[in-house]
Design a binder for this molecule. Structure first.
Ligand code: FAD
Length: 311
């Protein structure tokens, strides 16, 4: 078993893929096939989201367990405090441990769709930092812990204060950071610079989100209050937004440009929000030409455990 943190603080380029739990059984089966196919792209790890309000907790754990133990990719499990009492969180963490999963992304969670305010459950936690502390208290160093960072500030927070809270999460024992999606590269680089200036020295992986469909992209960037830089906005305005193919091609080019700029600025790891689709991420990696050699000698399932060191 491997802790992601021990493999990402290094000098070569690497990437990881996020998936979410599908709603139907057929969807889950499709997802396994997709994870398996995309494992041929050699991601360092994958992660599985925890549905809003804890709605998918069991499924998230099932999918993560299968992905890691059967498909053989190192898998990180998102976990939120929403609607989870301490004992529920302890039980979920214990299940992960029993299943051989060793990496979590510790989050507070979003408010349910109907409400604006996030309310802690009685006997639960208020912020992600509490979950980080709890995990360290109860499970020591067993888990590698990732936390969320916000290059543009949290939608309900404030940029500077959020950095203070991020530092708190690291001081409480988090090992590294994955950021919210963004399309303003300079803002991400500023965020890394500001984090370093505050003594946050752990790896910070940029969250890259391709565009698969105009309307769902719009919903996402409105929800996250993501800034669209003027030059990107100009290009978006030229698009025929009904034409999914054109929109997707635009998204690929946009993400390739962002990734190139990040890589040339010294960023080593890229985290892709796949949206459970493979085309865009595959194309982006092809165009970046950073895909690692596939080990032809060992067909799937080629890694009985995910801790085999890849070159
Ligand atoms: P926190 O770090 O607790 O921050 C939440 C808010 O509280 C911020 O406004 C912050 O400024 C403030 N705050 C933080 N610490 C303190 C403190 N000590 N005292 C007072 N205020 C504080 N959501 C899901 O439901 N499921 C997922 O799988 C999921 N995956 C995500 C993955 C990534 C990479 C990211 C960036 C987000 C993800 N989210 C997910 C969304 C996330 O749950 C929301 O953004 C949520 O609103 C904040 O979570 P957090 O862990 O950043 O919370």
């Amino acid at each position: 078993i491997n802790k992601i943190n021990s493999s990402i603080d290094r000098n070569d380029i690497f990437y990881s893929f996020e998936y979410f739990p599908p709603k139907t059984e057929a969807g889950v089966e499709n997802l396994y096939s997709r994870i398996e196919r995309m494992a041929n792209l050699n991601p360092d790890f994958i992660d599985i989201t925890w549905g809003a309000g804890g709605s998918t907790s069991d499924l998230t754990i099932d999918i993560s367990t299968t992905a890691q133990n059967l498909v053989g990719v190192e898998t990180q499990v998102h976990m939120t405090c929403t609607n989870m009492k301490k004992e529920d969180l302890r039980a979920a963490l214990q299940t992960l441990k029993d299943n051989g999963l060793q990496n979590i992304l510790a989050l507070r969670g979003d408010p349910p769709l109907q409400s604006n305010d996030w309310v802690e459950v009685e006997g639960g936690f208020k912020n992600a930092v509490d979950l980080v502390r709890f995990t360290r208290q109860e499970f020591g160093d067993y888990f590698g812990i990732c936390v969320a960072g916000y290059p543009e500030g949290h939608p309900n927070g404030n940029y500077k204060q959020d950095l203070v809270y991020l530092k708190e999460k690291i001081d409480a024992g988090a090992d590294y950071v994955i950021t919210q999606l963004f399309y303003d590269c300079d803002q991400f680089l500023k965020f890394v610079y500001d984090a370093r200036a505050m003594g946050i020295n752990v790896p910070i992986l940029p969250g890259i989100m391709p565009i698969n469909n105009y309307n769902s992209w719009m919903r996402m960037i409105e929800f996250c209050k993501t800034k669209i830089p003027p030059n990107v906005q100009q290009q978006v305005e030229q698009l025929n937004v009904e034409d999914d193919e054109q929109v997707r091609e635009f998204g690929i080019k946009l993400c390739v440009d962002i990734c190139k700029k990040l890589l040339s600025s010294g960023i080593k790891g890229l985290h892709f929000y796949t949206l459970n689709l493979e085309k865009s991420v595959t194309r982006i990696l092809e165009e970046l030409d950073i895909q690692r050699e596939i080990d032809q000698r060992s067909p799937l399932p080629w890694r009985p455990t995910a801790n085999v060191k890849r070159q």
